[in-house]
Design a protein around this ligand. Structure first.
Ligand SMILES: [Zn+2]
Length: 456
């Protein structure tokens, strides 16, 4: 009898590090290949080699480009993988940007560790280099959504739109007639730039993310909050600093602010976009207009409304600009990026407002700001915080509990088993109970490195 052996190699009992390995009679497949992010204990897991023979993997399928779904790819290649990495065209474009940025950060970190001598290994080695990231990128192979792609005699898959970020999909993987559905990260019903996710209609085995498995996004009026903060900034002749993720969040904020200006709800305040990676992602929006709500014309009009900064010299010109202004800069959780320079200059002033957007993970400066820290360590030194801090919670790329349940509501059959992945233990368990109550499906929460044999 044919069987599939599934290895839960990441995002099992945790949010990050998505990696699912399937051994089948015809091919060995991996769905997503992400890195762990967050607290040090979790990040240490990245350095442990996978408990499988990576050279035996034939194909990696990517649900979307985020680092916690793609960031391990260069290591997989270093461990011997030489197959194909398949994603939608925008997913591969985003993955390329993210892997090169990640490699650059790893190289810089190793260089700093060697200079300051704080690494246990001498010399300190980067997690992967730009050259190693490029080796993974050379294995990319794009496939369009909504098309069955045959991988072998009895295995085929289809990418289906799920509205999480540009290019993002869920995956329907058919193995010997059984349908394995991997949700990827499910997007929102109402997103400024993306249309609502499509829904699976059938799933023999369902793998669902549970990031917000126990939460509902607050009902807040995002436009109203932005209008109020922009007006306050103008009245106080201050600065509104918005740390933002480069992928999707930045483009959504641009779109919302541009719309508010067009509707005459905010005056023409200068808005600076300072995120080299965000600029690259903007190009992906330009290249793939069919993957978001903006037409090419609207996209062009939106971009001309902003001062898009490319060089670090212009960062300093912006800081010296005495006008009240808005600055949107990376990174989203203030773990690095150009926003550090702005905060160093502006967070000691009471006329500054810092607007944190979305979830801020434990151990990040973004979380410290939300928790009311009176000082922040930047570039090795402490700086006092005098500015006001606000939080926009609802602007998230992740479906909440209600939206996740809505996403699976069209599944006509009773799945043999539902696996809850990509969540903290508390949200995984709450979501398990909820799915049982509503659908009465069999739900399992796999542990890290657990394996499961399924007879076909
Ligand atoms: Zn994601």
């Amino acid at each position: 009898m044919n069987k599939v052996k599934i290895h839960f190699l990441g995002a099992s009992g945790t949010v990050t590090g998505s990696k699912f390995y399937l051994e089948t009679p015809e091919l060995n497949l991996m769905v997503d290949c992400g890195m762990y992010q967050g607290l040090k204990e979790l990040r240490k897991l990245n350095w442990e080699p996978l408990p499988i023979d990576s050279s035996k993997i034939d194909v990696v399928l990517l649900t979307h480009g985020h680092l916690d779904h793609t960031g391990y790819l260069p290591r997989l290649v270093m461990e011997g993988f030489h197959g194909k990495i398949i994603g939608t065209p925008p997913t591969l474009a985003i993955t390329q940007i993210i892997l090169l940025d990640s490699a650059k950060i790893h190289e810089e970190e190793a260089e700093r560790a060697n200079k300051e001598g704080y690494s246990k290994h001498t010399p300190a080695k980067p997690f992967y280099t730009i050259t190693e990231a490029e080796r993974a990128i050379s294995l990319f192979s794009a496939e369009e959504k909504d098309k069955w792609i045959k991988l072998s005699e009895n295995i085929r898959f289809k990418f289906r739109y799920n509205g999480h970020i540009i290019g993002a999909t869920f995956i329907e993987l058919e193995i010997f007639g059984k349908l394995f559905v991997f949700s990827g990260d499910v997007g929102r019903e109402h997103d400024p730039l993306l249309v609502p996710p499509e829904h699976p209609k059938w799933a023999d085995y369902l793998f669902v993310e549970s990031t917000y498995g126990n939460k509902l996004h607050p009902e807040e009026d995002v436009e109203e909050i932005l209008v109020r903060l922009v007006k306050e900034t103008l009245n106080q002749r201050g600065n509104l600093i918005i740390p933002s993720f480069a992928v999707e969040r930045l483009q959504s904020l641009m779109y919302l602010l541009w719309q508010l200006f067009k509707k005459n709800r905010i005056p023409n305040i200068p808005i600076f976009i300072d995120s080299p990676m965000g600029n690259n992602v903007l190009n992906v929006f330009e290249r793939f207009p069919e993957w978001h709500k903006l037409s090419s014309k609207e996209y062009q009009a939106m971009c001309t409304h902003f001062n898009i900064i490319s060089s670090y010299a212009d960062t300093w010109k912006t800081i010296d600009d005495p006008r009240p202004k808005i600055v949107i800069a990376g990174s989203g959780m203030v773990t690095g990026g150009r926003v550090l320079t702005y905060l160093k200059q502006f967070m000691g002033r009471s006329t500054t407002t810092i607007l944190m957007v979305g979830h801020q993970a434990e151990g990040t400066r973004g979380k410290q700001l939300l928790d009311g820290a009176y000082e922040l360590k930047l570039f090795g030194k402490y700086y006092p915080i005098k500015s006001k801090i606000h939080h926009l919670e609802s602007l998230s790329g992740h479906a909440d509990q209600k939206e996740l349940l809505h996403w699976m509501k069209d599944i006509k059959n009773v799945p043999e088993e539902v696996f809850l992945i990509h969540g903290e233990p508390s949200s995984l368990d709450a979501f398990r109970v909820k799915i049982k109550d509503i659908y009465n499906w069999r739900v399992h929460i796999p542990k890290l490195n657990e394996t499961k044999e399924i007879l076909l």
